[in-house]
Design a protein around this ligand. Structure first.
Ligand code: PMP
Length: 282
């Protein structure tokens, strides 16, 4: 597998990463996951724009432009011959002796990326998954796609141990988002989701779905709702780069609506599939 690190494309076993990298010590960095469909990057501009914004929010300057990041991602797709899969790209504040404050003199951020094959989750999309409410113990800057994912890791593990595919974070009595996804409920034909504040990550898939809702004429309310409201929804679904639009049919053991993927959810899945790159490989 060919990785990208510090400006070079290199074999995984040739990677040279410092044990002093602030990613290891502090999770001091940001990342993105970009989906590849049929060898084409999907919404890469939006993802790398968000990466640059995440970096700026933690006072870090990425040594590449949005366009250069897209070129790196494209080259990884080509070199690794990825058809359907994803790119993972992370940037840490660099390597230096372990002190909390930023290194002075400053060091160059470390950019690492790879491309990996990964099929679309068609079974989950067709059948739906179960989820579990978990208390949101994260910090107050969930809008930053930071490498600090300990609370997300623990929440996802708790969900998995309960046989669930995803944890739904609840903060102060309101549904926020999933441990690695955004959450949506549908009631009487209206789609509800938490507004894009500092308390959630404004998912790129979330933004695509909101745009598709407006194109199809589905009403959306970006309003926080409670776990009790969630259980009374007619339909529920989650979105992310890798999960796409996955129905949630069971929460904490309670069936949502009919217990089957809902009509609006299916409509959005179809609309989503229609606008992804489906270029035939020559
Ligand atoms: N929220 C969180 C906490 C996430 O980790 C993710 C996945 N990166 C999402 C939402 C969904 O974001 P996206 O649609 O950009 O993958």
């Amino acid at each position: 597998m060919i990785y990208f690190i510090d400006g070079k494309f290199t074999d995984k076993d040739q990677l040279n990463i410092s044990v002093d990298d602030r990613g290891y010590y502090f999770g001091d960095g940001v990342y993105e996951v970009v989906k590849v469909y049929n060898g084409e990057l999907y919404t890469a501009e939006e993802h790398f724009e968000r990466l640059l914004q995440s970096a700026a929010k933690i006072k870090m300057t990425i040594p590449y432009s949005q366009q250069q990041l897209i070129e790196i991602a494209k080259e990884l797709v080509e070199r690794n011959k990825i058809d359907t899969g994803h790119i993972y790209l992370q940037v840490t504040r660099g390597a230096s002796l372990r002190i909390h404050q930023f290194p002075d003199p400053s060091v160059l951020p470390v950019v690492t990326a790879y491309a990996i094959p990964n099929e679309r989750p068609l079974k989950n999309m067709a059948e739906g998954v179960s989820a579990k409410f978990v208390e949101d113990v994260r910090w107050l800057r969930c809008d930053i796609k930071s490498l600090n994912l300990l609370a997300n890791v623990l929440a996802k593990q708790e969900a998995f141990e309960d046989g669930c595919a995803e944890a739904i974070f609840v903060r102060d009595g309101f549904v926020m988002e999933g441990s690695s996804s955004n959450m949506f409920g549908v009631k009487d034909g209206v789609v509800y989701t938490h507004p894009a504040t500092n308390l959630i990550l404004n998912g790129i898939t979330r933004q695509v779905i909101l745009k598709l809702c407006s194109e199809i004429g589905i009403q959306v309310k970006e309003t926080a709702f409670t776990p009790e409201d969630a259980l009374k929804m007619d339909e529920f679904f989650m979105t992310s780069t890798t999960a796409e639009v996955t129905p949630v049919i069971l929460i904490d053991g309670n069936q949502i609506g009919s217990g089957q993927p809902g009509e609006i959810t299916k409509k959005l899945q179809e609309a989503f599939s229609r606008q992804m790159p489906v270029f035939e490989k020559q």
